[in-house]
Design a protein around this ligand. Sequence first.
Ligand code: ZN
Length: 299
Amino acid sequence: MFSLKKFVTVGLTTLWMVGVLTDAHAEPVKGLIEVAADVYKYDPGDNYSSMFLVSDEGVIVVESANTIHAKGLLASIRSVTEKPVLYLLQSHNHWDHTGGGQVFRDVGAKILVHKEAYDWMKANPHHDMILPNETWNGKRKDITVGNTTIEMHYVGMSHGLGMTVFRVAQQKVAYIADIVTPERVLFSVVPDFNINEWKRALTEIEALDFDKAVFSHSHSKSPFGSKADVVAQREFIEDLQTAIFTEFKKGTQFYKIAQAVKLPKYENWAMYDEWLAMNVWRMLTDISMGPFPWRPEPN
Ligand SMILES: [Zn+2]
């Protein structure tokens, strides 16, 4: 999912980036931040953040986004370790997250995605997306490489297909794509989100044990987030729904509700002026038509 450039955060983020000096080249790598021991976030300022973890036997990467991003990501990995990249893990089906896989296949990495996402990717090819080598099914799969374990939690209907939240067990770091974007209202017309299932998924994520979180998109000044961002995301959706029902109770005409709803608590969040009315329209269509997208639970 695309999000607009976060001009305000660039200066502060840059300060953090400067802190990461490389073993191989002894110079800072743009957008590279060590979030916890051996866990790195790569955010080159292209609105996509990836994560990678370095174990004693090799590297696990989460999210390649697209070829340009993936090449920078691989270079950032090479700046901290020469160990082999063993896995590329992808969060969900969408083209803007699953692009760039060839960069990692070329260095021998195995690409892994939930089966729901794989089936969609197979049916909907894209010039920058290759099919993963392997799929997994069910609610949970763990990958252990050397001294590091990463858990994959399938959170079900929420956004896209096969939506997976990652947790680095030992360092207690989560990686969350699209279903939490700190300090920004919902993405434009809220595409491919099942609203109520999304809230359920956020509640499940809140129950996971993690201290720090890396988000695929963020408008926060902080270089990484926490569970508080997950809670804030759920509360924003709930506050938006409450504000809409308040207009219903007041008897506001259906077609005027989008202009009437204001949420001053969030007026400093990115895209508040531009997208809040679109967010309301998406909620209104859900309320009047019923939840969409929807699918039966897999057997
Ligand atoms: Zn998406």
